[in-house]
Design a binder for this molecule. Structure first.
Ligand code: FAD
Length: 436
């Protein structure tokens, strides 16, 4: 099925040149698989989804093998904006419309469980990943700001969520002195973290719990039978259960998933350390996301750089000059940074679904898959891994609730997903620029 995103934009077996990789608590590489091994469960993919599934299964006493094409945390889990948000990617009022109020309430609770799970895994395994509280949502127009304020009120009224601080224009400027933002909200129970160090911490915990991790090991084919047989370059795994945790890098490994989950690219730049000028970006150590259709998101790194994310692309290849792509929205938000040096710029591939709700599914009697977190994966992917582990052990309630979410196929099927989306996204991005 065309190009494989596993190898389109990166060097084989290497993390990208990101600020995260430069400040990673690196793990010694795990050897590639050679020959045949047997397992209760074989997990494909070493991001949050796969590492969390493997860790929870091994802790429950199962014999687990995890296969990763590059390195653990190589994918979106090692490259993202680090924001651990509340609830689901889709706002609760929209979810109520989609699923009805009782189901939306369950989904809110699952989102809260996801956030709590990440915090508890960090605490339990002593993962050093700069976890800090506070994510602000800002609005660039009076309409955006009113919408955010209404949303904070709705969460308090209907979900008893009391962690939102409402910001008027002045309060917003005091926190984030950008001329682009006219007000917003801060979610003090949301948080931000060093995404690669969180993934590497999960990998250490999984290894210590007995998971056999193989890196540099791409799965080429999964034979759907009992037990399943997974083929790699130089080996095979025979396993009673399989967990597919490939997200944006799935390619054609499973057609049912590929029809519903679309890869897109997103980009981040890290400026040179800003020193005292950091307070012209943020006066507190929180993360920010704005209300643009192609969301801008940013925060300060531990060494005072601006980590700014924005810009998407829907082809397979990253643009040649990623720094220039990110500099554009960064300068719109912070005009005074037009000439600041950018020391690192990198891209990552994530996966979205038509309705921006994750796709969890039993794709064969003994094969589970979870992906398509649509930019809300730090919590949701980690949690989906735990829900799959529970489902394999016979406790499928949470997995079943998530797998009931409406996740229609993209029109045109896997082969046509990308060109259609380019058209749709350009249309929405244009509306966004025109402010309609
Ligand atoms: C730039 C960027 C910013 C983001 N910002 C945020 C944010 O601030 N907050 C948030 O919540 N979410 C964010 N996301 C989304 C979030 O990072 C993802 O939802 C999450 O990391 C998905 O985890 P995963 O384990 O499912 O996938 P990944 O981390 O992508 O892991 C999949 C792994 O599977 C491996 N793999 C794939 N196919 C095979 C195969 N055939 N054989 C072996 N291995 C295979 C890949 O090499 C990869 O390592 C962002 C994503 C990007 C790219």
């Amino acid at each position: 099925m065309g190009l494989n995103l596993l190898y389109s934009n990166d060097r084989r077996g290497q993390y990208p040149d990101s600020w995260y990789a430069a400040t990673a608590q690196a793990l010694e590489p795990f050897a590639a698989l050679r020959g045949e091994v047997r397992a209760d469960v074989c997990v494909v993919g070493g991001g949050y989804t796969g590492l969390s599934a493997a860790l929870h299964l091994a802790e429950a006493g199962l014999n687990v093998v995890l296969l990763e094409a590059h390195r653990v945390g190589f994918g979106a889990s090692g490259r993202n904006g680090g924001q651990l948000g509340s609830g689901q990617r889709v706002a609760q009022d929209d979810l109520e419309g989609l699923t009805g109020a009782p189901e939306a309430a369950k989904l809110w609770q699952l989102g809260e469980d996801a956030k709590a799970l990440v915090k508890s895994l960090i605490a339990k395994h002593g993962i050093d990943c700069d976890l800090k509280p506070g994510v602000a949502w800002t609005g660039s127009s009076p309409g955006d700001v009113a919408h955010l304020h209404d949303y904070a009120a709705l969460l308090e009224r209907r979900y008893d969520y009391g962690h939102m601080q409402v910001l008027d224009a002045e309060g917003c400027r005091a926190l984030c002195p950008s001329p682009d933002y006219k007000g917003g909200i801060v979610d003090w129970d949301a948080a931000h973290l060093h995404p690669l160090n969180f993934a590497l911490g999960l990998a250490r915990a999984a290894r210590d719990a007995g998971v056999r991790i193989y890196e540099g090991t791409q799965v080429h084919h999964v034979e759907e039978r009992q037990p399943a047989v997974l083929r790699t370059d130089r080996g095979r795994v025979v396993a009673d259960h399989v967990v597919l945790a490939c997200n944006g890098y799935l390619g054609g490994l499973n057609r049912k998933v590929a029809a519903r989950v679309m890869p897109i690219n997103n980009f981040i730049a890290a400026t040179a350390p800003l020193g005292d000028a950091a307070s012209r970006v943020l006066t507190r150590d929180i993360a920010v996301a704005d209300s643009r259709f192609v969301v801008n998101y940013f925060r300060l790194s531990a060494d005072g750089r601006l980590l700014f994310g924005g810009g998407e692309s829907y082809g397979y290849r990253f643009p040649k000059d990623i720094a220039a792509v990110v500099r554009k929205p960064m300068t719109q938000v912070f005009p005074h940074l037009a000439d600041v040096p950018i020391d690192y710029a990198w891209g990552g591939t994530l996966a979205i679904t038509m309705k921006r709700l994750p796709f969890l599914a039993r794709v064969a009697p003994n094969i589970l898959s979870a992906s398509g977190y649509s930019g809300h994966g730090v919590g949701t992917a980690t949690h989906a891994g735990q829900l799959m582990a529970l489902a394999i052990r016979g406790e499928a309630e949470g997995f079943d609730t998530m797998s009931r979410l409406p996740t229609p196929a993209f029109p045109g099927g896997p082969a046509f997903r990308s060109p259609l989306l380019v058209l749709a996204m350009s249309w929405f991005a244009m509306r966004d620029r025109l402010g309609i």
